[in-house]
Structure formats: C-alpha cells, structure tokens
Design a binder for this molecule. Structure first.
Ligand SMILES: Cc1cc2nc3c(=O)[nH]c(=O)nc-3n(C[C@H](O)[C@H](O)[C@H](O)COP(=O)(O)OP(=O)(O)OC[C@H]3O[C@@H](n4cnc5c(N)ncnc54)[C@H](O)[C@@H]3O)c2cc1C
Length: 463
C-alpha cells in the first residue's frame, strides 16, 4: 500500500500532523502500537469496588497549558485550534483557580492573569521586582521558535537577572517539572516556551479530561479522510540509499511512503530505522499516585488546582536516586478547575520524580509494595499541604516509569524525551522526520503544534 505520508504514533503530535496532511488531500496513515490513542497523555478506567462505579483517569494531563480566551489573537492555543479547524467551544475549557509554588518559607501563587504573579513576586521578593520585570521583558521579546537555536543554560541567564537564589529556584520549579528533558537545568528556549505557556498564559482543563481532546483529534482526522490503525506498531522503518521508503508493521505488512513522521522518540525512531544512535535517552521519568476520595474537597480544605511542593530552598530536578524522590512533588486536584462542576468524588494526583531502573528490577510483590509505599508518601504530602483535607479514599492507583514504558514504548519510560532535541525535525535519513517531544515541543499544546508545523513544513510546503 502506498501513502503520501505515514505517521508513527497516535499521540498529540501524530494525530495533529495527520489532520494537517489529510486536510490538504494527502493520503495519510497513522500507525499506533497501542489499542487507544493519546500516548503519554492517554486515559484509563478503574472500577470502584464498593459502589461498582467506573472512574475515568487521565494518564498525563494535570493541566492544559497556554490558556487563551475565545478568539484571543496570536496565542498558541488559538493558532492550534484554527490550524486544526476545531471550534474553541469544543474543548470545553475550565480555567484553573490558582496554582502554588510551595517552598518551606515562601509561597508564590499564580493564576491565568500574569499580573497576579507579578504582584506576588513584588510582595514576597520586593528587592527583586525590577530585575524580575526585566527578565519578563527578555522572555516576551525572545524568539523561542527559532528552529536552529542551540542549547543555552537557563540558570545562567536567570543568574544574569536575578540575585535571589530562592526566587530562581521557585520560578524554575514548575517549568522544569512540566517540561525539561535536561536534569538540574533547562535549555533557555524551552524555559521561554514554558514561562510563556505557564505563567503568561496559564492553565485550564477540558471538561471530561484528556479524552475530550483525543476524541476531537481522532474525529477531525477521520472527517478529513485519514486512516488510523491501532495495534499496528512500526517494527522497522524501511530505507534505501539514505532515504525513507516505508515501514514494516508488527502485523508484517509493508506500507510505503517517502515521508515518514515519527513521534516514537528520537533514539527509538533511529533504532526502528536500524541506525546506530548516540542520542541520549532522557533520565526524567515519574511516578504518579492517584487517590479518589468519597467527596470533592471544599474550598477551605483544598482550593488550588496545582501545588508545586518542595521541602527545601533548593529544587532538585534530577532522576531519582532512590525509587522515587519525596523532596518535591506536584499535587493536582482536578476538582478545582471548575467550581460549577459538582464532582461526586474528590481526586488528588501526586507526581514524584522516579527511577526507572529500580522499578524495572523489582519482582511483582516487591513492586506492589513499593507502589503502596509511594501512595502513603503521596497522602502525607497532601496532608502536609492541607492538614484539614479529608482523605476518605474509595479508589487508589499508582503508575510508575515501567507503566509509562509499557504503554508508550518510550525507552526508560522517559516523559520529556531525549536531551538531544532536533529542533528542525530532520533526521539524517531523507524523508524521515521527528515530531513531538524530541523536536523539543512538548506538553499537549507543544506536541500538537509540533505535529502541525512539521506536517506543514515537510508534508505540504516541500511537496
Ligand atoms: C505523568 C505525565 C503527566 C503529564 N502531564 C502533562 C500535563 O499536565 N500537561 C501537558 O500538557 N502535558 C503533560 N504531559 C506531557 C505530555 O503528555 C507529552 O509531552 C505529550 O503528550 C507528548 O506527545 P507526543 O505526541 O510527542 O508523544 P507521545 O504521547 O509519546 O506519542 C507517541 C505515540 O507513539 C506510539 N508509538 C511508540 N512507538 C511506536 C511504534 N513503534 N509504532 C507505532 N506507534 C508507536 C505511542 O504508543 C504513542 O501513542 C504529561 C506526561 C506524563 C507521562
């Protein structure tokens, strides 16, 4: 079978690239190894034993970054929806209440109005406000989309503006944990992307969670005539004379195309193409403990949507030395996105940095024990943030780096991909392009924009 383009993976970037290509009359096939779409941002369900209810969970989605109101011009979210021809209202977005960067002696809150954060910095770090304003000016003026930009240390740039080490750590914490493939530091281009998408634009969540986005992407792709095959993993990317010519799937079929867009990850893609790869596999992977409580927390008990918790003045963003690292955590309470929605149950999701190798080495019973331990630690952190919160648990679940690997085929369950990003998406095989996380655009909006822009660039403009 011949196609104008083949896309590997039905995650955010793969589906977005597929829609753009199909929209312009290309014969395009998206191949997905899993039985459902979404990749790192998928969903699953569990039955509550006591009541027999089915509870739906998101795998990734704590927050959709890049919040914009309807019709707001020049915003990534608006551009993304326009390119995919998805009406704004279809996402049913509920903005965040507020989020907190929670360090022992200081807390900074932020909302979808940047002036709120600016006032917080002014109040908590009065001696730094002029410097902070200058940094914001630099971020706003910076072209983070330059596809040829090289690595620049964010800590170095921040150090040129801010003299308070605690403020630097606090600003960096949410940006690192929500999008750095690098340990301890991050590329300044990525810093700017994350600063804009989190602090300047903000968070929201679609009603119905990540499924709302995935279902919409699939239906748009099919409306445009695209072909989507689940349980069709790509086993090999076929090449001839340095050019991509097609793929062989796990079903043994050979599908041909001179344009292949892969969201499988950079080292993973090069391995599929049988090329020696020196690209590093990212160290950053996570464990998440989820607890569903009998009722949603009241405003007095727990009001923020997300808390970036850290127990010291220094934020340790690095692969966990032990199974998981309780020095910091992200606590998300999805109930607090929309106070109008009266969820029956409360939900707390607690994410820790984790260690893939340690979990991989465990026998089943030790693995379950470790998950239980992580769950207990997660509850302690929720309680330490809000001692009055009632944790009457009806269902709990924990997923680890090995779970991430099992369902996404990302090496080591890495979440933010390889530290070696290919900003222009081009590999050294003609016609083989890397989209999504390893192009350097991650998160839901980033990955979708990556699929759109590289689909446009190499699938539409070049042909
Ligand atoms: C725990 C967690 C929390 C997160 N929280 C957020 C959040 O709150 N907000 C946010 O915006 N982002 C969040 N993310 C990150 C976000 O999910 C990702 O950056 C984004 O979804 C990546 O999309 P992608 O298309 O690049 O890759 P992926 O989602 O990894 O898609 C790749 C797809 O390719 C498939 N695949 C792999 N190998 C093959 C093969 N050989 N053949 C066929 N198919 C293959 C995979 O199954 C997968 O479906 C989170 C991620 C995790 C894991």
């Amino acid at each position: 079978m011949n196609y104008d383009a083949i896309v590997i993976g039905a995650g955010m970037s793969g589906l977005a690239a597929g829609i753009r290509l199909a929209m312009f009359g290309k014969k395009v096939c998206v191949l997905e190894k899993h039985t459902i779409a979404g990749g790192l941002n998928s969903y699953y369900q569990r039955r509550i034993k006591e009541t027999k209810e089915i509870a739906q969970f998101d795998v990734g989605l704590h927050a959709l970054t890049n919040f914009a109101t309807k019709g707001e011009r020049g915003r990534p979210l608006t551009k993304m929806l326009k390119q995919l021809r998805i009406p704004y209202g279809d996402l049913n977005l509920c903005p965040q209440s507020y989020s907190v960067i929670d360090f022992p002696d200081k807390k900074l809150r932020f909302t979808n109005d940047f002036e709120f954060l600016r006032n917080e910095v002014h109040e908590k770090f009065p001696h730094q406000i002029d410097a902070f304003n200058k940094l914001v000016e630099k971020v706003v003026a910076f072209d983070e989309l330059d596809l040829n930009a090289g690595y620049m240390s964010s800590r170095e740039v921040l150090g040129n503006y801010l003299s308070d080490a605690l403020l630097i750590e606090m600003i960096l914490a949410p940006l690192l944990i929500y999008g750095s493939a690098w340990e301890k530091d991050m590329d300044f281009n990525q810093f700017v992307i994350m600063f804009k998408s989190i602090y300047l634009e903000g968070f929201s969540r679609p009603k119905g969670g990540v499924r709302t986005i995935i279902d919409k992407l699939i239906s748009r792709f099919k409306e445009e005539g695209g072909e989507l095959k689940f349980r069709h993993g790509v086993e090999e990317i076929l090449t001839k004379d340095g050019k991509a010519i097609g793929v062989r799937t796990t079903k043994g079929e050979e599908l041909f195309s001179s344009k292949i867009f892969s969201s499988a990850g950079l080292p993973e893609t090069m391995e599929l193409a049988k090329k020696d790869t020196s690209h590093q596999v990212g160290q950053m992977t996570f464990l998440e403990a989820i607890c569903l409580t009998k009722r949603a927390p009241t405003k007095e008990e727990f009001e923020p949507t997300i808390v970036f918790y850290n127990n010291s003045e220094k934020y340790h963003y690095e692969g966990a030395k032990d199974f998981f690292d309780t020095r910091s955590a992200v606590v998300c309470c999805p109930n607090n996105y929309d106070p109008e929605v009266k969820d029956v149950h409360g939900c707390f999701r607690v994410t820790f940095m984790a260690n893939y190798e340690k979990f991989k080495a465990l026998e089943r019973s030790a693995y379950l024990e470790k998950k239980e331990q992580a769950y207990e630690e997660a509850l302690k952190i929720v309680k330490s943030i809000s001692p009055s919160v009632e944790l009457d648990v009806v269902l709990k679940d924990v997923f680890t780096p090995t779970t991430v690997e099992r369902y996404t085929w990302k090496k080591r369950g890495t979440v933010y991909g390889s530290p070696d990003k290919i900003r222009n998406g081009k590999t050294d095989i003609d016609g083989l392009y890397v989209i999504g996380t390893d192009q350097g655009f991650l998160g839901i909006v980033g990955a979708i924009l990556s699929g759109i822009s590289l689909g446009n660039l190499y699938g539409l403009m070049e042909s």
